[in-house]
Design a protein around this ligand. Structure first.
Ligand code: C2O
Ligand code: CU
Length: 457
């Protein structure tokens, strides 16, 4: 049967009068299985878990102050939830099972509805069994636009992920709870994708100005990124603008869950290839290619202006109490003992239960909050990393400022990398009421002990 033009118009009109929810609407976010070419062409496709049929899930892009309304429909064989990483969100929408909502069972749905107060680069990802669900592909970008954005020719979101694939079948290796990974650096893969593709290509012209929104969706990989044939500045970290943009001279780190917004100019000659590089001990490799052809209509720009600031609290360090959070355990520094609930267990007993790490002596989210803060109060948190591995410590519902070694205030972040043996201090203005997670974003570490929480009332 073929539609006549009239029939088509009739059915289109009929569709238009249906109430919004009766249609498969663009406001559904369907968690579903899919097949995708993650490995290079010639290798088999990979069965993934996705939001809407592709990895990453569709970019959610909206103006600052607007509302995100999405019904998560769970078509996966496992319960799930969605966390909106970096959004200073209404607590009920934060997507943490057992703390802010119940899991969404297979076949069920949940309506997420929240306002985005800050412009910048954020992301969303599964927060139930995230060590497995994020590794299978359940993540996507969430971009909040400034009222007046910077003057750029292209605005590119580049979402980095690190897959562990079987090269013969293309399938994800399903050893998500592998105790060796969990007690070491976490799940590291054998193939890096950008926007779900191997080595993608974004054509550019000489002198063009690009905004690059880098998001690290990997379970555990810390990138050391560098630019080739483009030059510019980091203008925001974890969504939040830097007061003074930082010129990229060498490499810069991007830990799991972290974002960096760059504004760069294409300096490479026409008919060459510029790119983004992951530096490794043995040299490194390209992640993204920018083949350069011709000259942009505009001539090279010079300098950059900071992005407009977001409406964050004033931070006053004076009088803010210091709370120490000690990070312990893992290979080479095995736990002697730690608590699960009310029970003190030995390191050996904990390891048998798949617990290798502890935060302040707890090898899982404790019953009582690490910090019980009065709304609006400022708190210093000192992360003391006694382990032999780096950890990416993330707070939900808030951004915080780093306290630099000289005592001055550093950039706003929502995830801070604490190197092995290092102590890093942050200051938090606890101004968003609710119960909020605080955990390592190496997802295998979070699953095996590095999980805590704080309360704001
Ligand atoms: Cu990006 Cu607790 O999460
Ligand atoms: Cu960790």
């Amino acid at each position: 049967m073929t539609f006549t033009r009239r029939q088509f118009l009739q059915s289109a009109a009929a569709l238009a009068v249906l109430p919004h929810s009766a249609r498969a609407s663009s406001s559904d976010l369907i968690a579903q299985t899919a097949m995708q070419q993650i490995a290079p062409n010639g290798f088999p496709q990979t069965p993934v878990w996705s939001y809407g049929g592709g990895v990453p899930g569709a970019e959610i892009r909206l103006p600052q102050g607007a509302r995100v309304q999405r019904r998560l429909v769970n078509e996966l064989p496992q319960p799930t939830t969605v966390h909106w990483h970096g959004i200073r969100i209404d607590n009920a929408m934060d997507g943490v099972p057992g703390l802010t909502q119940d899991v969404i069972a297979p076949g069920e749905g949940f309506d997420y509805d929240f306002v985005v107060p800050d412009a910048g680069t954020y992301w969303y990802h599964a927060h139930n069994r995230s060590v497995e669900q994020v590794a299978r592909g359940l993540y996507g970008p969430l971009i909040v636009e400034e009222a007046t954005g910077p003057d750029v020719d292209q605005d590119l979101t580049l979402m980095l992920d690190d897959w562990r694939l079987d090269p013969d079948t293309g399938h994800i290796v399903e050893d998500f709870d592998n105790g060796h990974d969990q007690s070491h650096a976490g799940r590291l893969g054998n193939l890096i994708s950008v926007n779900g593709q191997f080595d993608p290509v974004f054509p550019a012209r000489r002198h063009e100005r690009l905004r690059l929104r880098l998001i690290n969706a990997s379970n555990a990989r810390i990138y050391d990124l560098a630019l080739d044939g483009v030059a510019g500045w980091i203008v925001a970290l974890d969504g939040m603008p830097l007061e003074s943009p930082l010129e990229v001279e060498d490499g810069f780190p991007l830990a799991p869950a972290q974002r960096a917004d760059l504004i760069v100019d294409v300096t490479a000659e026409s008919d060459t290839v510029a790119g983004l590089i992951s530096r490794e001990r043995d040299g490194g490799f390209g992640l993204v290619r920018f083949p350069v052809s011709g000259n942009s209509a505009t001539t090279a720009r010079s300098g950059v202006v900071p992005l407009p600031a977001n409406p964050l609290a004033q931070v006053v360090l004076d009088g803010a109490p210091v709370h120490r959070m000690t990070l312990q355990g893992g290979a080479m520094r095995w736990l002697e003992s730690a608590q699960l609930g009310d029970t003190q267990l030995s390191g050996r007993e904990l390891a048998q239960l798949g617990r290798f790490w502890a935060l302040n002596g707890y090898a899982e989210r404790p019953l009582d909050p690490f910090l019980d803060a009065q709304r609006g109060s400022a708190h210093r948190i000192e992360f003391v990393n006694e382990t032999a591995f780096p950890h990416a410590m993330h707070l939900h519902g808030h951004h915080f400022r780093l306290i630099l070694p000289d005592g001055s205030l550093g950039p706003w972040r929502d995830t801070v990398l604490v190197e092995r043996g290092q102590t890093r201090e942050i200051v938090l203005v606890a101004d968003n009421p609710g119960d909020w997670l605080l955990h390592c974003h190496m997802l295998g570490h979070a699953a095996s002990g590095m999980m805590s929480w704080f309360r704001v009332t």
